[in-house]
Design a protein around this ligand. Structure first.
Ligand code: HEM
Length: 362
C-alpha cells in the first residue's frame, strides 16, 4: 500500500516515485537528529515535537449517545471506557523558548488510547493503542512527500533554517513548477496562521488531525479535540512570557481540583473529487462538513505527578505514531504514508519506548 502500489481504499492516489522519496526522508530524519543531538553529545530527542509541556493520564469515553452512523472502529460501542495518555508539545524541531523571537509555534496534543481491540496496523511494544496526533491549526503546513523532502533537505543544509523553502515565492528558483509554487504559497499561509495563533494554556485550545484517516472501509474522517466550552478566547499570553510558560500554565491547571474535558469529534465524508486527501494543507469546511462529537476526553485533576521526574521519564519514552491505529482508521494521504517510516526512524534513533513498562497510567 505504501510503495506506489494500488491503494486499499477508494481515497488515495499514490505517486510512482513516492517510495524512494519516503526512504530518503527516513534517512534525513536520522541525519537531522544526529546534527541536532549526536554531534553535540546530547541525548537524541524526537525528530519533531521534542519539547514536551507535560504528559497527563486521561480517560477516553465513547459517548452513550453517539449517532448510529458513527459507530465505527474505535467508536463502535457506545459507553466504552478507555484509559489514555496525552502528551502536549511544541512542534519546533529544537527545544527552545515557547515564544521564539516573540513568535508562536505550532502546538501538539497527542492522545494514546490504550488497549484497543481489533486489527491494528502497528503494535506499540506488544500492546494495541489508537494514537490521535493533533496540532492547533486545521491544516498541516506541508502538502505532500515531495514538499516535505524539499523542506528537510533545506533544514539539513541550513542548520534547521527553513527560510529557503519559501524562496520561490520571491524569485525564480530553477526546477520549481507553477504547481509546486502554488503549494509553497499554501504552506506560507499555514505558517503565517500558526504564527498568528497565541496559546496561553495548551489545555484551552482546539486541536486538529490535519490529515485524513479511514472511518471504516468506505468513509474518511478528520478529527479534532475541542475543549469544553470551546476554545477560550482571547488567549492572553503572560507578559513577560517565560521560556516554558506553556508547561507552567499546564502545571497550574493540573493543580486545580477540576477535571479538564475535551469533546473528541469527527468530520466524516464519503469518496468524492474535492477531498484533498493527497494535500495535507487542505481543510474540510466545517460549515459544510460539521464536526460531530463521538467521545469525551477527561483529564482527571488534580494531577500533581505531572512534573515529577518519573512522569517526565515516562513522557520521553512514550511513542506516538498515527500508524498505532486500528485498521478501520488507517492513515490516508501522502503525508500520512510518509509518517509511517519517519516516526519509526525517529523512535528507533532516540530509543523511544525503551524500558516501557506494561502498566496502566497512574
Ligand atoms: C497532519 C500532519 C501531522 C500532525 C498533526 C503531526 C503531529 C505530531 C505530534 C502531535 C507529534 C508529537 C507526538 C508526541 O507527543 O510524541 C508528532 C511527532 C512527530 N512527528 Fe508529526 N505530525 C504531522 C506530520 C508529520 C510529518 C509529515 C512528519 C515527517 C515525515 C512528522 C514527523 C514527526 C516525528 C519524527 C515525530 C516524533 C516521533 C517520535 O520520535 O516519537 N510529522 N507529530
Amino acid at each position: 500500500m505504501t510503495n506506489g502500489e494500488t491503494p486499499n481504499n477508494p481515497f488515495e492516489t499514490i505517486a510512482a516515485n513516492e517510495a524512494e522519496q519516503i526512504a530518503a526522508l527516513g534517512e534525513l530524519t536520522v541525519k537531522l537528529q544526529d546534527m541536532r543531538y549526536t554531534a553535540k553529545g546530547t541525548d537524541v530527542l524526537r525528530g519533531v515535537h521534542p519539547k514536551s509541556h507535560g504528559c497527563v493520564r486521561a480517560f477516553f469515553d465513547i459517548r452513550h449517545d453517539i449517532a448510529e452512523d458513527l459507530r465505527v472502529g474505535l467508536f463502535a460501542q457506545p459507553g466504552r471506557h478507555y484509559e489514555a495518555w496525552i502528551r502536549f508539545s511544541n512542534a519546533a524541531v529544537r527545544v527552545g523558548p515557547d515564544l521564539k523571537d516573540g513568535e508562536n509555534d505550532s502546538r501538539g496534543m497527542a492522545i494514546k488510547v490504550l488497549d484497543v481491540e481489533g486489527e491494528v496496523l502497528l503494535e506499540d511494544h506488544g500492546r494495541q493503542s489508537q494514537d490521535f496526533l493533533m496540532i492547533n491549526t486545521p491544516a498541516f503546513a506541508f502538502a505532500n512527500v515531495e514538499d516535505y523532502l524539499r523542506l528537510n533537505r533545506i533544514l539539513l543544509e541550513n542548520d534547521d533554517q527553513a527560510t529557503m523553502f519559501f524562496a520561490p515565492l520571491q524569485a525564480n528558483v530553477p526546477g520549481i513548477t507553477p504547481e509546486q509554487k502554488a503549494r509553497i504559497f499554501n504552506s506560507f499561509k499555514v505558517v503565517q496562521e500558526i504564527k498568528a495563533k497565541p496559546v496561553a494554556n495548551p489545555m484551552e485550545v482546539r486541536y486538529f488531525s490535519g490529515a485524513p484517516f479511514l472511518f471504516g472501509p468506505e468513509r474518511a474522517m478528520k478529527f479534532a479535540a475541542i475543549p469544553w466550552g470551546g476554545e477560550k478566547a482571547p488567549q492572553t499570553l503572560p507578559d513577560p512570557a517565560s521560556d516554558d510558560y506553556l508547561r507552567e500554565a499546564l502545571l497550574a491547571r493540573m493543580r486545580r481540583k477540576e477535571d479538564v474535558c475535551f469533546d473528541f469529534a469527527v468530520q466524516v465524508r464519503g469518496p468524492g473529487p474535492d477531498l484533498g486527501i493527497e494535500d495535507a494543507t487542505s481543510v474540510w469546511d466545517e460549515a459544510a462538513v460539521p464536526f460531530r462529537n463521538v467521545a469525551t476526553v477527561t483529564i482527571p485533576a488534580p494531577q500533581n505527578a505531572v512534573d515529577a521526574p518519573r512522569r517526565r521519564a515516562i513522557c520521553e519514552r512514550l511513542v506516538f505514531t498515527p500508524w498505532h491505529s486500528l485498521a478501520a482508521h488507517q492513515p490516508l494521504g501522502s503525508i500520512n504514508r510518509l509518517r509511517k517510516a519517519v516516526y519509526l526512524a525517529s523512535k528507533k534513533h532516540r530509543g523511544g519506548g525503551k524500558g516501557r513498562r506494561k502498566k496502566r497510567p497512574r
